[in-house]
Design a protein around this ligand. Structure first.
Ligand code: G3P
Length: 215
């Protein structure tokens, strides 16, 4: 299971990278806007210098031609850039073209198994089903991951399944049990993956007992 951080905050990316468990980064226009990165290219150059793994950079146009032009420029920035494309009809056309050119894509805003099948057929490198946003509207987000895992396995689709819109460690663990390839999550959730109260209590006890022995 690969772990990606879902942020455009460079400090958080550095901290997660230092933990030694980070395999990549996903960004989206909202996350970039939140951090105030007016120079998108410069932000991506900084991220690729911090993390040696897939870095998703999203296009912000909605026609195939525009997305292809935008994505080609993004892909030129660094070999680790994966072009993030929205799951709309124009996006699928663009994914097909990128795939033929050897440009890797992360197809985003996936909310159904039918969308995931189309993305795989178009040649997506990664599919990003948004589990948290489905949970938000009382649909089971992880049920969608289970469906996509089974369907991709049935047809041997090579597209990697990335659990996106992860809100808590249970999304991460369930995704791993289902055989999803990647989870992307905010830094806060990465921190939650590490923590267990019994670890902290146990460590404090070990250190207290050691002090007693050694005065
Ligand atoms: O980057 C895509 C996705 O992970 C966004 O998550 O929390 O805004 O639904 P969220």
């Amino acid at each position: 299971m690969k772990i990606f951080i879902d942020t455009a905050n460079l400090d958080e990316i550095k901290q997660a990278a230092e933990m030694g468990i980070l395999d990549g980064v996903t960004t989206n226009p909202s996350l970039v806007s939140k951090e105030g990165h007016k120079d998108f290219r410069s932000m991506l150059e900084k991220i690729v210098a911090i993390v040696d793994g897939d870095i998703s950079a999203e296009v912000v146009s909605t026609t195939c031609n525009e997305m292809v032009n935008e994505g080609r420029e993004l892909a030129k920035i660094h070999e680790n850039i994966v072009v993030k494309v929205p799951l709309i009809a124009e996006g699928l056309k663009a994914v097909k073209i990128f795939s033929a050119e050897g440009i890797r894509t992360n197809v985003t805003l996936c909310f159904s198994a039918s969308q995931a099948i189309l993305a795989a057929k178009a040649g997506a490198y990664i599919i990003s089903p948004f589990v948290g946003r489905l949970d938000d509207i009382s649909q089971n987000g992880m049920e969608l991951i289970s469906q996509i895992v089974q369907i991709y396995d049935n047809y041997d689709y090579q597209t990697q399944i990335l659990v996106a819109s992860v809100r808590h460690p249970i999304h991460f663990v369930e995704g791993a049990m289902m055989g999803a390839d990647i989870s992307t999550m905010p830094f806060k959730v990465i921190e939650q993956l590490v923590k267990h109260p019994l670890t902290d209590i146990g460590l404090n006890k070990f250190l207290d007992d050691w002090k007693k022995l050694n005065g």
